[in-house]
Design a protein around this ligand. Sequence first.
Ligand code: SF4
Length: 669
Amino acid sequence: MKIQTTCPFCGCGCGMLLEVENGQVLSASPQRSHPVSRGTLCVKGWNGHQIIHHSSRLKKPLIKENGSFKAVSWERAISFAKSRLESIKKTHGAEAIGVVGSLKCTNEDNYLLAKFARAVIGTPHVDSALRYFQAPTMLAMQKHLGYAVASCTIGDIESADTILIIGADVKAQTARVGSLVLGAAKGGKRCILIDPHEQELSRFLTLQLRPRPETDLALLNCMMHVIIERDLYDPEIKGVARLRSDGLERFTPAYGESVTGVAADDIIRAAELFATAGKGIILYGTGLTQQNNATANVEAVWNLALLTGNIGREGAGILPLLYTCNMQGVVDMGLMTEFLPGHRPVDDVPTRRQLEKAWQFNLPTSMGLTLQQMINEAGKKIKAMYIVGENLAWSAPDCTTAAAALDKLDFLVVQDLFLTETAQKADVVLPACSFAEKEGTFTSMERRVQLVHRAIPPIGDSKPDYEIFTDLANAMGAKWPTAKPQAIFQEIASLLPCYSGLDYKKLSVPGGVIWPCHEASEECSVFKKILAERHGSFADVTIGRPFVEEPDEEYPFIMITGRPAFHRMTGTMISRSFTLDKEDMVATVEINTDDAKALKLRSGWTVLVKTRRGQVKRTVVVTRAVPPKVIFVPIHHKDGHTQSLVNAAIEPESGIPQMKMCAAKLEMM
Ligand code: SF4
């Protein structure tokens, strides 16, 4: 029997079929009629299902007693979690409890978790690992667009005339988007990449600019300077004079060359290519956002798109690359401390009143701590955490320090599929179901809401996340009905304007529906109206802050990180797929040929990569894919723990840690 569902890995939202026999998922295959994947899956989509029946799946709730886990009944686990959370709330207040949602859970799960945290516990400290990837995007887009979302869809890549990619390896991280870009590049469309690291796509590009790490803001401002000076901007756009006088004047190509290391002529060429080819689309990843100037970078992207007339028309826009299946849904459902469900600010009184009436609880009136702030405050302001489906002891920046911080909590609840490094620190572990064992919806990077169908019963005594939240909420005094995803979705659609008009029947077609869509025939037209109404609001031009960790004598390299094609996030899921795991066993560090010569290093040798926070063992790859004085370290879950090296310093505007780059050195072993 084949069960139609949605891929649970990256944010492209491909449609997949699970082949099921006798309660076992045997294989995954593509859906031919799916509008995004159109009969294709990437290597993760084909093989990732191997995690479902993995022998290390948690099958029973666990409680830690005298340092060891003991399997207990659900009644005991829920009662224990309830009494400890209530006791901490009574002693220290609700604000002593932090809640972290999962980018892999369904919308129904995440909506109930946001409701549980804000209404039942009453804490404002509600966040998710989205903070580590795209928080600046969500805040900037909400400010300029009114919604924390992309301004266009994946389909727009095909109708665009020019594609500009910044700080992302689209093929490795979001394979379906990557294959569309590769097809466009091979077909002769203008494709420009801004990234210091060369990648598979590089040889098909019209142009690649390789700026010094952390100088994207200057580069984007210089491109806009050229576009304005040469009258290449959209004549319909208002506010260009202000943009010019607001600080863009100093961003000449010569200045850009001195800051970024990119030749002035290449900056001019990139600006002309992007501004003169009709419709332009901008894709970007964490190379742009995990920086000290993250929010200013995203706002510069907004300005560039607006200046060139690329907001609010087909084949044009801004598409931030979301690396996880429900990263968009996490924001939609209110698991970002700044926003209530539906991207509405926490201090929006009418929304708060509406939710208080529907939920029958008073809600916190201001935003709480972000994820990284919660970790930093563990054992201080934060006494307890409830972490769902995230392995923060492994994935947080400077994770050795983050793991030690979790040890300082009075109480930790972890809900997950596996006994991760984070779960091992918990006082109680609640076993959750995988995507194949529950119903619900995911929302992809292009706002596409799609059904996830249950293919098999829960493994062992694991439960769907929405059921666990309901049980715990009711134990703590809520009177929620027995959770059914369809009914939860109806509640979501009744309270969130962006989901208004959606229901499971409308979503049952391959590819679901892109929100907002009050009527099936209106797909996206409502959004275009929103875009049209907001035309012309340029963000302020800023110079940006300096790089936080300039290389010095002791740490002479800039280390940048990235994700290889066969890996994902912390490896909690993908490393349990034997097919994917065996494809990429060696954890490497890439070093430029000139630097390797100076250090007398050869490919295949083992070195220690050291930063101010830690060290990992890596195998050297000598290459011209990285510029001189830069090393590239793939985030690899085995044989080297990249996240222990990276910087946890927070960008003040968005709370994103500056994880993408830091100073480093190499030592022979
Ligand atoms: S591109 Fe993303 S959504 Fe599509 S199959 Fe691969 S991992 Fe799944």
